[in-house]
Design a binder for this molecule. Structure first.
Ligand SMILES: Nc1nc2c(ncn2[C@@H]2O[C@H](COP(=O)(O)OP(=O)(O)OP(=O)(O)O)[C@@H](O)[C@H]2O)c(=O)[nH]1
Ligand SMILES: [Mg+2]
Length: 226
C-alpha cells in the first residue's frame, strides 16, 4: 500500500466507541492493508460491531491507552502502523499524507499536527485552555531538549515503522505513551516529522482523557527529558 514491501496496518484504539466505530472502519479501510481494533475492554458493543465491520479485534491488557498502543505494535501484521483515534476526531483523507514521508524514506515517525492543521477542539473554557497550555509546554520542553522543531507531540494520529517503534521499549500505560514515543524516538536519533492534520470534535461517546491525570505527563517529561 505504501511502497513496495511496506504494507500498512491501521490501528484503531477503542474504549466504548460503539457509537461510531463501524463508520471509522469504513473510512480508514481504503488506506491500509489491515484494520486492527485494539480494545481496552469496552463495556459496550464496540468489539462485536468492529468484528462485523471486518476489522481484526484484539484486547489490550486493560491498563489504558498506552497499553493499547504497545499491544497494537506487537499484534500488527504489517511493517507500517498508523494509529487513528476511533472517535471521529481525525480526517481519514490525511492518512496518505502521514504515510508519504515514510514511503519516501525521509521519516521513521510521522505525527499529525493540530497546530498547523487546526482543531475544532480549541475552546476557551478552563479544561481546554489547560490542555492546550500543557501540550504547548510539553512540546516546547522537547524542542529545547532535542533541538527539534515540533508543534504537537501529543496527537494520537501518527504513523511509523513497527520494528523501530517496538525497539523504543515504551512502558507508559496511559496517554503519556504519546510523548514517550516522541522523546524515545528523538533520543534514539529517529527522524520525527510532522504533517498538518485537522482535528474534529469527538463525534460521539465520552473522552477517556481526564485533565486530572496531567501529572502523568509531567512525570513522563521529567523521566525522559532528564
Ligand atoms: N485500546 C485502548 N484504547 C483506548 C483506551 N482509552 C482510550 N482509548 C481510545 O483512544 C482514543 C483516544 O481517546 P480519547 O478519549 O478520544 O482522548 P482524547 O482524544 O484526548 O479526548 P477527546 O478530546 O475528548 O476526544 C479513542 O479512540 C479511545 O477510544 C484504552 O484503555 N485502551
Ligand atoms: Mg479523542
Amino acid at each position: 500500500m505504501i511502497a513496495p514491501g511496506h504494507k500498512v496496518t491501521i490501528v484503531l484504539p477503542t474504549r466504548n466507541e460503539g457509537g461510531g466505530i463501524a463508520r471509522v472502519i469504513e473510512q480508514v479501510r481504503p488506506w491500509g492493508d489491515e484494520v486492527l481494533v485494539v480494545d481496552g475492554h469496552s463495556t459496550d458493543d464496540t468489539r462485536q460491531i468492529a468484528e462485523s465491520a471486518g476489522a481484526r479485534v484484539v484486547l489490550d491488557g486493560g491498563r489504558g491507552k498506552g497499553d493499547g498502543v504497545r499491544t497494537a505494535l506487537r499484534e500488527a501484521a504489517h511493517p507500517v502502523v498508523c494509529f487513528f483515534d476511533a472517535d471521529g476526531s481525525h480526517e481519514p483523507a490525511d492518512i496518505p499524507n502521514l504515510l508519504a514521508p515514510l514511503s519516501l524514506g525521509i521519516a521513521d515517525l510521522v505525527i499529525g499536527s493540530r497546530a498547523t492543521g487546526g482543531s475544532d477542539e480549541f475552546r476557551m473554557d478552563f479544561e481546554h485552555s489547560f490542555r492546550q497550555w500543557g501540550s504547548q509546554f510539553a512540546t516546547w520542553m522537547v524542542n529545547v531538549r532535542w533541538r527539534a522543531n515540533l508543534t504537537d507531540i501529543l496527537n494520537g494520529f501518527r504513523a511509523g515503522f513497527r520494528d523501530k517503534l517496538l525497539a523504543l521499549h515504551m512502558n507508559s500505560n496511559h496517554f503519556d505513551i504519546e510523548p514517550e514515543m516522541v522523546m524515545k524516538a528523538l533520543k534514539k536519533g529517529l527522524r520525527v516529522v510532522e504533517v498538518p492534520s485537522h482535528e474534529y470534535e469527538r463525534a460521539w461517546g465520552k473522552s477517556k482523557l481526564a485533565t486530572s491525570s496531567s501529572w502523568r505527563f509531567l512525570l513522563r517529561l521529567a523521566r525522559d527529558i532528564v
